[in-house]
Each structure stands twice: as C-alpha cells, then as structure tokens.
Design a protein around this ligand. Structure first.
Ligand code: ADP
Length: 422
C-alpha cells in the first residue's frame, strides 16, 4: 500500500518501451522510479523521487529499462514499444552538432519549427527536444505560436520562454520570465494581421536577446505551431518560419504537408531543411469540447496554480481608472486612398478604447508594460486579469489578479473569448 492509502503496483518497463497513462482532470496518480532510467517527455525521473501526474496524458519512456511504482488508478494505462523516440533522438543529435558548431563560430544555433495537424504530438516533441538540449548543457528558447492552447501562459497568447532546467513534470514550463503578446482570441483567423504582427514583434525581441548572449544564440530555438495547416493557416505557418528565421522544419505525421512545405521552402529559401517525423501512436486525440475544457484549465491554473497552491486576489476598480483597449474593427479607409479595384476594409490593428465594461465580463485582459496607448501593440504583456463581475450602474469591475496590490500598468488589452471559471 502506498503513502496515502491508494493501491500501488510495480511495473517493469523493458528497454525502449513506454508506459502511457491518461489521468483525468481532478484526479492524480503518483509515480516513483525504483530502478533503472526513465523520462517523461525528455525530463529524467530521479531515483526514489515521487512525482504526481494530475490531469495529464503522459508517456514514461525508458531507453534502458526500469522498475516503476505507481500509486493510484489512471483512466487509461498500457505499455508500448512502438514509439518514434529513436527518430527524435537522431534529430536531437543533428541539432546538437549544429549547436556545437554555432558556439565555436559564435554563430546562431538551430531554430527549429515543429509543424503538423492538431494532436500529432507537436508540443510533446518540442518538450522532448527542449529537455534533451537542456540535459546536454544548452539554454534553448521555446516559442509557442499555438494560441488555441497557449502552453506558456494563457490561450490567446503568442509567447516565448528561455529554458535553463528540464521542464518540471508536475509544474510544466517555467513561468517566471515569459515574453508574452496577447492576441485576445484562441483562433488566428479572427485577426490574422494581429497574429502576424505579434509573431514579428516576438521574433524581433528574441533576435535581440540572442545577439546579446552567445550561449542563448548557440542553443537555438524551438517553435511550436498551431494545428491549422490549410489555407490561411498554412500561410501563417510560412510567415512564422520566415519571421523567426527557422532553418529546420520538422513536419510531424502529415505526408501532404511535408511535400507541400518542402516544395515551398525550396522555392523561397533552399537552405531551410524540411524533415518528416512519424506521429507517436500514444498521442491522444482531443475533441473540440476537450480542447475548450483544456483552455479553461489553463486559465484556472494561471490564477490558482495547478495544485490550487496560489491565492489570487479579487479586487474591484473604477472602470474609468483603467484604460482598456480592443484591437481591430477600426474605421474603413476612404476608397479614394486605396488602389483602383481594392476594397476598403476595417484596419485590423486599430486600437479603440472600450467604454462599456459589460462586454468584458468573463474575459481576460492583458496588463501591458506599454507607457502609452500607441505602444500597446509594440510592448509585451506583464500579466493578466480575469473579469469576474461588472457593475455598470456603479461603473466598477471586479477582477481576479494573480496577486494583490496595484496592477503593473494601467493600460490593458481586451480579449474576445469568454471563460467561465467555477
Ligand atoms: P499537438 O501539440 O500536436 O496537438 P500534443 O503533443 O499536445 O499534440 O499531444 C496531444 C496529447 O497526447 C497531449 O495530452 C500529450 O500529453 C499526449 N501524448 C503525446 N504523446 C504521448 C504518448 N507517447 N503517450 C501518451 N500520451 C501522449
């Protein structure tokens, strides 16, 4: 019997096998490495360390074989030896050699773009390759362009974070120094111009960071993409590759996308290497509802912590004391100002101040570092608040902030999607 009375079992994992587990939100299991070597998406487990798996779908992989103790009851659990891990390790070796070269020549290490349809394991592959790079002594940067999930901070965000230690199995990515831009929507189709704009901003800042630190520059970058790979989605992917100057594109689990991207990259920049990788059979396909639920869980975790260890502060402010802006929907350009035949459209980057707080109920607002409204789209977000209540008669809003005290800025950027926290 385990520490807290939950049933426990020992599991032997042969070399090159993985234990796949699904643990529903609100449930947890504990895992302990008793013998051998094991890792979760590239993060090594320490011998004897008891790790909690909460609301996650994970693979515990062993290159050499191991003995595990498991406490609790996962919703799904099985082992498999059909994994793409050998391919992933090969890619790591190739990237690692490039980092060594970059360090010697004081050059740029590999910038790697991971692309594919939804639910093929893109985020998991990024985690594995990031962790392998960190374990080899590098300090890679992770950039997440998948605004549908927003793994670094919140849905709706394009963000990047430097990594100096392996990703914590329980706590996920580090949250202390992310560079975040809030598009205000989980779908780039709502305002593709804004999406492109923020990708370019992020690329610019990352370039400056890389220029000022040789180790960061040589360590390179991993970019996770969204799963929208057709039509405008495809165009946005190509724009991201160009903006972030990615030299390696890893296409996971989609032959057609691979050949389309290979052909296009050959035309635009033949030095970009496009490689295909198989999808792992362990990747769990999520329904639309589950994705929505995952977004809500991310918002909850931002404010409450993933173990409910944070105590966010609920505060009330006079709406007129906050300057909240929305992007897009600006006035149409006069047709006389447009080339012949072009149609006038609303300016997608136009900022307008929100005067009616009611439309903000149950939405997230990004608190900006910007010193003036004109810079709202040039400067990254300092943090987020969630609008819990609006009193139009009193002119107040009540919001949840990660901590008590004044906000780090008085300029806020509104989002359009609502999240209903319990
Ligand atoms: P994508 O980024 O392509 O949408 P993810 O990497 O997020 O895909 O994978 C989808 C889900 O499958 C995630 O919950 C992830 O933790 C899970 N998953 C990925 N690989 C495995 C695996 N080998 N075994 C079990 N679960 C996995």
């Amino acid at each position: 019997m385990a520490q807290d009375g939950a049933a426990s079992q020992q599991i032997t994992l042969e070399a090159n096998h993985e234990l796949r587990m699904e643990v529903a939100w609100g449930k947890q299991v504990h895992l302990q490495l008793l013998k051998g070597q094991a890792e979760v998406f590239g993060t090594s487990l320490d011998l004897g360390e008891r790790v909690s798996i909460r609301g996650q779908k994970v693979a515990v992989y062993s290159w050499q074989g191991c003995l595990l103790e498991l406490e609790g009851d996962p919703d799904v659990m099985y082992t498999s030896d059909e994994t793409p891990m050998a391919h992933y390790l090969n890619i790591h070796d190739v990237l690692d050699a490039r980092r060594q070269e970059a360090l010697k020549s004081k050059g740029q290490g590999p910038r790697t773009f991971v692309v594919g349809p939804t639910d093929v394991g893109k985020s998991s592959l990024c985690k594995i390759l990031l962790n392998y790079a960190v374990r080899a002594g590098w300090a890679p940067t992770f950039a997440d362009m998948d605004i549908g999930q927003g793994s670094i901070t919140l849905p709706g965000c394009i963000a990047a974070t430097p990594l100096e230690a392996p990703i914590d199995v329980e706590d996920g990515l580090p949250t202390d120094a992310p560079l975040v831009y809030y598009t205000g929507t989980p779908s780039p189709s709502d305002n593709p111009t804004l999406y492109r704009h923020f990708v370019e901003r992020l690329a610019h800042v990352l370039e400056l960071r890389a220029q000022s630190d040789a180790q960061v520059r040589a360590s390179g970058l991993f970019v996770n993409s969204m799963g929208w790979i057709t039509d405008l989605g495809y165009e946005l992917l190509k724009h991201t590759v160009q903006s972030l100057k990615c030299g390696v594109v890893l296409v996971v689990g989609d032959e057609r996308l691979y050949s389309q991207l290979s052909a296009d990259m050959k035309k635009s920049d033949p030095t970009i290497q496009v490689l295909k990788l198989p999808r792992s059979g362990g990747v769990v396909v999520r329904s639309r509802e589950l994705r929505q639920e995952a977004r809500k869980v991310r918002v909850e975790e931002y404010f409450y912590g993933n173990r409910k260890e944070l105590s966010p502060a609920s505060q009330t402010a006079k709406f007129e004391d906050l300057q909240v802006y929305r992007v897009g929907g600006g006035p149409r350009a006069p047709s006389s100002a447009l080339p012949i035949g072009a149609t006038s459209v609303a300016d997608p980057l136009k900022l307008s101040r929100i005067l009616n707080p009611h439309e903000l109920l149950y939405t997230l607002l990004a608190v900006s570092h910007a010193p003036q409204p004109e810079l709202l789209l040039s400067v990254n977000a300092a943090g987020f608040i969630y609008v819990q209540d609006v009193d139009v008669a009193k002119g107040t809003i009540t919001y949840l902030a990660p901590c008590a005290g004044p906000l780090p800025g008085s300029l806020l950027l509104a989002g359009s999607f609502k999240t209903y926290l319990d």
